[in-house]
Design a protein around this ligand. Structure first.
Ligand code: PSU
Ligand code: MN
Length: 338
């Protein structure tokens, strides 16, 4: 208990002290925009480990009621590891860090309009007093402001196939380059250009490490994309040591830990690739652009793979697996920093 307290509160106090005096007023508990749930607030103050969770997966990634049951089960898995989950979303123009069951239900049912919220969308959503499901970039930016150093998701956005002409590159990558949060994901889905995604992360100074004994960079549904991460971290302790070094250096950029899919959940790569090709062609034919591309393609891939297996159930299995790994890393990080 007291270990954690020193670790996370030091991180938190430090972040506040770094701000100029007028900016201190905008420190997360008093800026009138970000509301940290009591349980999360207490954990951060007393320094117990917290992991952040995104909400686009709930609002735009999965249908009801699977989105709700997944969000709840991920939170429970985090708790089982002794860590406090903080799902982040915007509700009626307030950024919430930690959601009540009612708030999770409200977002899951999608009866109110809800915007997919990356960094660029947040201020508009707040000014309009409406709802938003935060993407990896939106969630990271908020987690960073409230001093949560670890964030768990399924897959991150990246450089889209054909980005050399469309310039469609996810804000998740630039966020990783500018925000001091470690993201735990199952790599990058091959709906994206994985090679260029890794190049872009290198350009942005993002430390990428595969989790486990190999540098193979995972492609979400399959453990090997054919590309390598520059590094691998063998276990939660090694991952936590990496994060600790990054925090001590105060580089202000993120880390991506890529956790390969467990062998028993791994999908048939050829079936996935076929579905992805079809989905991308359809997206092109229908002139889908901008922020609609990712949800559209993910949904199509999903629909097309239902016959052979549920790509969707893999989505769930992976975010759950990542939640366990991320929580174990958060526990170790607390130990190390005391
Ligand atoms: N990849 C997935 N599932 C997802 C997303 C990406 O496998 O739900 C979501 C995440 O919230 C991610 C966002 O941050 O899509 C990226 O969208 P875009 O490509 O528009 O940046
Ligand atoms: Mn995009």
């Amino acid at each position: 208990g007291t270990h954690f307290s020193r670790l996370f509160s030091r991180f938190y106090v430090y972040k506040c002290l770094k701000q100029s005096p007028w900016k201190q007023k905008t420190c997360h508990l008093s800026n009138g925009v970000i509301e940290v749930q009591d349980e999360v607030k207490e954990a951060l103050h007393s320094g117990r480990p917290v992991v952040a969770l995104e909400s686009t997966i709930i609002t735009h990634g999965m249908p009801y009621p699977d989105n709700l049951s997944t969000a709840k089960s991920v939170e429970n898995l985090v708790r089982d590891q002794g860590v406090i989950p903080a799902t982040i979303a915007v509700i009626n123009g307030k950024v919430k860090v930690g959601l009540t069951t009612e708030e999770l239900e409200l977002l899951s049912k999608k009866d109110k309009p809800c915007i997919k919220a990356s960094r660029r969308d947040l201020s508009y959503i707040i000014s309009q007093g409406i709802n938003g499901g935060t993407t990896v970039s939106g969630t990271m930016s908020i987690a960073n402001q409230v001093g949560i150093p670890i964030f768990v998701t399924g897959g991150i956005g990246g450089v889209h196939r054909g980005a050399e002409t469309s310039m469609d590159i996810s804000a998740d990558l630039t966020e990783l380059g500018r925000t001091s949060v470690t993201v735990i994901s199952a790599g990058v889905k091959s709906i994206l250009d994985i090679g260029r995604t890794l190049e872009y992360l290198e350009t942005k100074g993002v430390c990428v490490a595969s989790y486990g004994n190999s540098k193979d960079f995972p492609a979400f549904f399959v453990p090997r994309s054919g590309y390598q991460s520059p590094y691998n971290v063998q276990d939660a302790t090694k991952a936590a040591e990496l994060i600790d070094a990054q925090l001590r250096l105060d580089l202000q950029s993120g880390i991506l830990i890529a956790v390969p899919i467990p062998q028993e959940s791994s999908a048939d790569g050829e079936i996935i690739e076929f579905a992805i090709q079809q989905a991308l062609t359809e997206a092109k034919n229908q002139n889908i652009i901008g922020k609609e591309v990712t949800p559209f393609v993910l949904q199509k891939v999903n629909e097309m793979t239902q016959g052979s297996f549920m790509s969707f159930s893999i989505d769930i299995a992976l975010v759950e697996n990542n939640a366990i790994v991320g929580s174990q890393i958060a526990m170790k990080l607390c130990d190390i920093r005391n």
